[in-house]
Write a protein that binds this ligand. Structure first.
Ligand code: 4AZ
Length: 483
């Protein structure tokens, strides 16, 4: 115990050099500052009591008095330091949180068609129109895969869900196809498909609500109690009399009647300009570059359908020409257009029939076998033939097609390449707008529309086609808008 009356023992404390004349705290920076002014309350007792009694020439028993004071000061410093760090971290966390919130709340989750407006994923298909042109409410039902599985967009799950057969009535099929943009008269039926393992997320009609539109009449389900989902056929499409492939435009061969019943010749003043594909009785799909500038005027076009001889078809007239709003004349990005006919096409059993629009998630392979058809030049710089020609070409994956030696990065997501890098078989001038099709699950599907290429059938310059799958939302929106 410390004894005030006893002479202090001689010693060196461990606080460093004391200085010859000053007290032992003088050279201790910085905590001597605190000690000399006002020591912390818990440290008051030993230090002031002891300090004034220290003569400059006497040593201090550090183990009892200096040490607690030093220890205390270090602790205070530590606490202050930690508090400062905590404050800085808290401020930083708040700044990061505010920035995250700002980023998330202003992020474009779902774009309103081609306009610059955006909505949250939870607002898409929620039954309330938020986009300037109602784009958030017009692609809320879609067909998926080669089995036409009906899917509806769920705003709460922000994903597409398969529609269960449970609580389903046939009339919902007709209504759904109509709301997608098909005519009631085209309706082909709804079918049941077993739930397969690749299908994720389900919904069924909420029987306690009146059925108005599919996507606003559903409730989420973990699974379909019936084990069945709805397959919806809005139109009888994709059938052809084309038999087994016997032959291979440039490098193609004359087509047989009924092989490509969706193929039309788009003519101005009885002169063939472009090809096109019948997708419904009222709509022809073609390329945007076919209807550029003066060619946009609907009244000048005639559509020849049902014959392989280009001047022999049944003629239909065009009421409206709709070109993709993001079509780029230079790059040919979004090279797609639609023609709405003045009168509906009458389909025939073999010669005039629609091709199937691709559904979402079609299982095409990188080198999928496809067919091109048209009245385009049979060689570069040639003339347009009288008889329809067709050729078999494989798809070429975009990485390959974008190689420096091929199209050097010019192939965008809205384009798809098909043909042979060795050349020889290709579409050419006059085939533009016409179909690139493939057969999957016994049906013919529209993979693309003939768009561009460097010359025709040249080595390393395959044909480039508009990627039909990428335009589904736009196509259905036009079909709904201009019924
Ligand atoms: C054209 O001028 C055109 N080789 C169409 C297709 C291809 C090239 C040119 C593809 O309409």
């Amino acid at each position: 115990m410390y004894n005030q009356s006893a002479p202090p023992p001689s010693y060196y404390d461990n606080a460093g050099y004391h200085g010859e004349h000053g007290n032992i705290y003088e050279d201790r920076v910085p905590y001597n500052v605190y000690e000399s002014v006002s020591p912390p309350p818990q440290c008051v007792s030993p230090v002031p009591h002891y300090m004034p009694q220290v003569s400059p020439h006497h040593s201090v028993p550090a183990n009892q008095h200096v040490k607690p004071a030093t220890w205390c000061s270090i602790n205070r410093k530590k606490i202050l330091c930690i508090a400062t760090i905590i404050c800085i971290l808290a401020v930083a966390a708040i700044i990061v949180a505010v920035l995250c919130w700002y980023f998330i709340s202003t992020r474009c989750e779902k774009k309103c068609g081609t306009s610059s407006s955006c909505v949250q994923a939870s607002q898409w298909c929620d039954g309330k129109v938020q986009c300037p042109n109602g784009e958030d409410e017009n692609y809320c039902a879609r067909l998926y895969g080669s089995n036409f599985i009906l899917q509806a967009y769920s705003p709460s799950k922000a994903t597409w869900q398969n529609v269960c057969f449970d609580d389903w009535y046939n009339i919902y099929g007709t209504m759904t196809c109509e709301s997608m943009g098909y005519k009631r008269s085209s309706y082909y039926g709804n079918y049941l498909e077993n739930v397969s393992s690749d299908l994720k997320g389900f919904a069924s009609v909420n029987s306690s609500l009146p059925f108005v539109k599919l996507h606003t009449s559903l409730r989420n389900r973990d699974y379909c109690p019936s084990g069945k989902v709805i397959s919806l056929r809005c139109i009888d499409c994709g059938t052809s009399t084309k038999g087994v492939v016997t032959n291979r435009i440039v490098g193609g061969s004359i087509a047989l009647t009924g092989d490509w019943p969706w193929q039309v010749s788009l003519q101005i003043k009885q002169s063939h300009v472009c090809g096109g594909s019948i997708i419904t009785p009222d709509w022809i799909l073609t390329a945007a570059h076919c209807v550029e500038g003066n060619y946009a005027y609907a009244g000048q076009w005639s559509v020849y359908a049902g014959s392989t001889v280009k001047s022999d078809g049944v003629i239909y007239y065009v009421e409206r020409v709709l070109s993709h709003p993001d079509y780029n004349t230079q790059t040919k990005n979004n090279d797609i257009a639609l023609m709405k006919l003045k009168t509906s096409i009458t389909f025939t059993p073999t010669t005039i029939k629609p091709v199937c629009l691709p559904n979402a998630g079609m299982p095409w392979t990188e080198t999928q076998s496809c067919w091109i058809s048209g009245w385009g030049y049979t060689y570069q710089g040639g003339s347009t033939p009288t008889n329809l020609r067709a050729a078999n070409v494989p798809l070429i994956d975009s990485t390959t097609c974008n190689k420096q030696s091929v199209y050097n990065g010019a192939i965008t997501d809205t384009m798809i390449c098909a043909g042979f890098l060795s050349g020889g078989v290709d579409t050419c001038q006059g085939d533009s707008g016409g179909p690139l099709v493939t057969k999957t699950n016994s049906l013919w599907w529209l993979v693309g529309d003939t768009s561009w290429g460097t010359g025709c059938a040249n080595r390393n310059k395959p044909g480039v086609y508009g990627n039909a799958t990428m335009f589904l939302e736009w196509i259905y929106r036009q079909m709904q808008t201009y019924t």
